[in-house]
Design a protein around this ligand. Structure first.
Ligand SMILES: [Zn+2]
Length: 514
């Protein structure tokens, strides 16, 4: 069967969408999970955009072994050098360089004529080819470019050494028929195209990103660029999980395979949603909460008699099956470490001990500790930052009654190592906690958004809180979980503040470097 390469850009195109800000540890965690999912290429970032991004791409390139790691670069030497700096040690160094080719982008954005654009693209690809064995060239806004011009620039960059050519629908304007026809046209007309891969990259502005990507596959694309949960600029990118499952379920029709380990889809989707704080819509294909729920009586009756009456995807295919109790109250540290390792977590002893303590606390209060709970606990530890002094919640206590004024008392360890305790009131329990913490963190805090949800099912489920706030003029989003939603809320609040302290540290270090 024909193999289609999956190029995941969750950490580049996905990460650059509004409101998403991942730290290095979180990016690494996502990259490792995407590797487990079995994608061919992981686009880990845009190294020239910031020293932090370069560092993250470098760390991912050193860690990930079973997927090719790449970074984005404009068609200029400095950007290509930054990608090289980040991934030179990789087994198959891959760079993704781009320049816009549509009339509107060339005239208004680049202020260059078509000849100058071809010249710059060729120079960039030649320069990249001196260092990288794999060079992908993207003609930005390709779908709105002149077809003859696309043929010309493709031929020139192939001669210069490009191994993959990406034909993105950058603005999400294409229909499946047109986008497919464009790939067929390029396959038939670009001299040398038999030696390279064509790649599709679609945005979902008109809700056609997945359909367009698949149309490209049917017409000669060998690679599809997509993101987990379809996150990305504006309306997002094509959703990886939808493409992967569609090509699998309908392989009778499409006749292609992706090599994805579909069982990892649920877990990957949940991890990306949790770390990016982007909620998955309940009716989202494949990964939505209701994707496998049958509500109508007629449907339920049919599914009970034979699941295939209304179920074209078995939940188990994407790892959605009920996970048995993995660990209990009496499980020891060795069993816990063992379980963490089988789940793919590699934690330092210090972090493992902290995670084990959290697990024990939870097991005392909760009948069944599920795999989902463990993933939450282990992920929180995995992405926590060591060696930067931060605020830490020691305790929180709330007094609430329908006839009382809610009062919260909180103790925190400050970054300076002092323990401070204060109390404040509020119109509700959460507000009382937030008012208390605001005094403890020394600054003005505005809450922009606040959400609480349960992890998994049942009345004793773990609670997860997300707090989006403005602290001394900067915004950040914090997240944490606990058995009690009030504790989770207090921890999420401090997590948001701590993220700013880390950012501040990075800014200070950069200022010293400059
Ligand atoms: Zn894009």
């Amino acid at each position: 069967m024909r193999k289609i390469d999956i190029f995941d850009t969750t950490l580049r195109d996905g990460e650059q969408s509004a409101g998403i800000n991942l730290n290095t540890a979180e990016k690494l965690e996502i990259a490792k999970q995407i590797e487990r999912l079995g994608v061919t290429i992981i686009e880990a970032g845009f190294p020239a955009s910031s020293p932090g991004d370069l560092e993250a791409v470098s760390l991912i390139a050193k860690t990930v072994k079973n997927s090719i790691v790449t970074g984005l670069a404009r068609a200029v030497k400095g950007d290509i050098d930054a990608v090289w700096e980040a991934i030179k040690h990789a087994e198959q160094p891959h760079v993704h360089t781009f320049i816009a080719t549509s009339p509107i982008h060339m005239e208004y954005k680049l202020k260059k004529n078509p000849d100058e654009v071809v010249e710059q693209a060729v120079a960039a690809v030649k320069y990249a080819k001196e260092k990288f064995s794999l060079v992908e060239f993207s003609a930005e806004d390709a779908f709105r470019s002149d077809k003859e011009f696309l043929v010309r620039i493709c031929q020139e960059v192939i001669k210069a050494g490009a191994t993959t050519i990406n034909i993105p629908d950058t603005v999400g304007y294409a229909s499946p028929e047109e986008y497919g026809a464009l790939f067929r046209y390029l396959r038939e007309n670009v001299i040398g195209s038999e030696n390279i891969k064509f790649s599709a990259h679609c945005h979902d502005d008109l809700g056609m990103a997945v359909a367009n990507s698949i149309a490209a596959v049917q017409n000669g694309a060998d690679q599809v660029e997509c993101t987990i949960n379809g996150i990305g600029e504006r309306a997002g990118n094509a959703a990886l999980e939808e493409i992967g499952v569609a090509l699998h379920i309908r392989k009778d029709f499409y006749g292609v395979e992706t090599g994805l380990n579909l069982k990892e889809i649920k877990r990957t989707s949940q991890l990306v949603s949790r770390l990016t704080n982007v909620v998955i819509q309940p009716n989202k294909a494949v990964v939505g909460k209701n994707a496998f729920a049958h509500e109508s009586g007629i449907h339920q009756d049919g599914v009970l008699k034979n699941p295939e009456t209304y179920e074209i995807i078995s939940p188990a295919l994407v790892g959605e099956d009920e996970v048995p109790l993995v660990l209990g109250k009496h499980s020891g540290r060795a069993a816990f470490r063992d379980r963490a390792e089988t789940m793919g977590f590699q934690l330092s002893d210090e972090k493992l001990n902290k995670a084990f303590a959290e697990f024990k606390k939870l097991a005392d209060r909760k009948k069944e500790v599920t795999e989902e709970d463990l993933t939450t606990i282990l992920t929180e530890q995995q992405v926590s930052i060591e060696n930067v002094p931060l605020f830490e919640l020691k305790s929180v206590q709330v007094q609430y009654g329908t006839e009382n004024i809610p009062t919260a008392t909180a103790s925190v360890v400050t970054p300076e190592g002092e323990v401070k305790t204060l109390a404040a009131t509020g119109s509700g329990s959460v507000e009382a906690i937030f008012n208390t913490l605001e005094q403890l963190v020394n600054g003005t805090v505005n809450i922009l958004d606040y959400r609480v949800k349960s992890v998994g099912k049942g009345r004793d489920a773990l609670g997860e809180a997300v707090v989006n706030l403005k602290y001394n003029g900067f915004t950040s989003t914090g997240r944490d979980s606990a058995q009690d939603v009030l504790e989770a809320s207090a921890k999420a609040y401090l997590n948001a503040i701590n993220r700013q302290l880390i950012q501040q540290r990075v800014r200070e270090e950069q200022a010293v470097m400059n």
